[in-house]
Design a protein around this ligand. Structure first.
Ligand code: GTP
Ligand code: MG
Length: 352
């Protein structure tokens, strides 16, 4: 059986190691079935042998299968057409043709498969989940099959069936328990890099992170959760401002959100106003996002004036959300945040 996983040798063009592709269209064509064979026995001393044409082999199918080692659809950047092997023709002496090999295409966890008109065909969530994207054609029957008491020497055979062929749209949604959201520069990537071994880029300017990152956060020896850092959101993101809101797709499956607010930097707008603007953008994207449980994380508590700003922010929030002050940079409050997140996760249902 053939398996397609992008390897270095597939990479003809040099691409950034952080290249992130989460939407792609691919063409799949399953193998055709082999034709049935027309043949009669020819043996010494048997004047008119009976029919012995074998069936054609079935064509190989194209199967999509989850591989948890993959995290993007980037491997499809270089290859978008996939063909499985045809079955071979049947032969005399009742020999069935060989079956075409299936082609297994590895996809990341969280891959959604749609047809060309956008109808959902499969939602591949777990390791080894599979979907038969294109069914191989059945082999045709050889003349030996059509022998009967009325027709002892049938000349009838069947052609092999054509393998299915189609275009498919693949969309990948990361599956993280906790989604880290907030305005640009709030410290989202700094937080993820401190609580996991992920290495998103960090810099003192907005829109540093241009793609989502996943990290595994350890709560204790046995328990972990997955957190996702996504690019920053600004007012108007739903209308395409900043990096827009297309990355929100990657937190649709998160069970809880960690909403970071910078309370260290003296912005013209109060933290509560900036916090509400990000929430509004979530709501514009989908109500299921704005209804997700949030932990509000006031970051940069180490900076001058942050404590005072925190107190007025706390008042303005009116205990509507669990709130915690941290310094992602100085690693203050991180243990408490992980514990709070874990507790909330244990009270929240599975990923939608
Ligand atoms: N003083 C202080 N600075 C912080 C803290 N957390 C992050 N920073 C700084 O804030 C800047 C932005 O941090 P990032 O982690 O890149 O912010 P981000 O939210 O990922 O930003 P985008 O990717 O642009 O959305 C960097 O210069 C960080 O060093 C903190 O707790 N205290
Ligand atoms: Mg970032």
């Amino acid at each position: 059986m053939d398996v397609f996983i992008a390897k270095k040798k597939d990479t003809k063009m040099k691409i950034d190691k952080d290249f992130f592709l989460d939407e792609v269209k691919i063409y799949v064509k399953a193998g055709d079935g082999g034709d049935g064979c027309l043949s009669f026995r020819r043996e010494k001393n048997i004047a008119r042998g009976g029919p012995d044409g074998g069936d054609g082999g079935d064509g190989g199918s194209i199967i999509l299968m989850v591989d948890t080692n993959l995290s993007t659809l980037s491997s499809f950047y270089h290859r978008k057409h996939f063909f499985a092997q045809n079955g071979t023709q049947g032969k005399g002496k009742n020999q069935t043709g060989e079956k075409g090999e299936d082609l297994i295409i590895k996809v990341p966890q969280g891959t959604i498969v749609r047809d060309e008109s956008g109808n959902l065909l499969a939602d591949l969530k777990k390791e080894n989940d599979l979907f038969i994207a294109a069914q191989g054609g059945k082999g045709g029957r050889g003349n030996s099959y059509f022998k009967s008491s009325l027709n002892r020497a049938p000349r009838k055979t069947e052609p092999g069936e054509k393998g299915e062929e189609k275009w498919l749209k693949l969309e990948m949604k990361l599956i993280a328990d906790a989604g880290i959201i907030g305005e640009p520069n709030a410290g989202k990537s700094t937080l993820l890099s401190q609580i996991s071994s992920a290495h998103p880029e960090i810099a003192p300017y907005p829109f540093t992170t241009l793609r989502p990152y996943l990290g595994i956060v350890k709560f204790d020896e046995e328990r972990t959760f997955v957190a996702a850092d996504i690019p920053g959101l600004i007012e108007g993101a739903s209308k395409g401002k900043g990096l827009g809101d297309r990355f929100l797709r990657h937190i649709e499956r998160s069970r809880v959100l960690l909403h970071l607010v910078d309370i260290g930097t003296p912005y013209p707008e109060e933290p509560i106003v900036r916090f509400q603007k990000v929430n509004e953008e979530l709501g514009f994207y989908s109500s299921s996002l704005s209804e997700k449980p949030q932990i509000v994380v006031a970051n940069k508590i180490d900076l001058p004036g942050a404590k005072e700003r925190f107190l007025s922010f706390q008042k303005a929030l009116k205990s509507k959300y669990p709130l915690i002050a941290i310094s992602a940079l100085k690693k203050e409050g991180l243990r408490k945040l992980i514990k709070l997140t874990f507790n909330l996760l244990s009270k929240t249902g599975p990923s939608p």
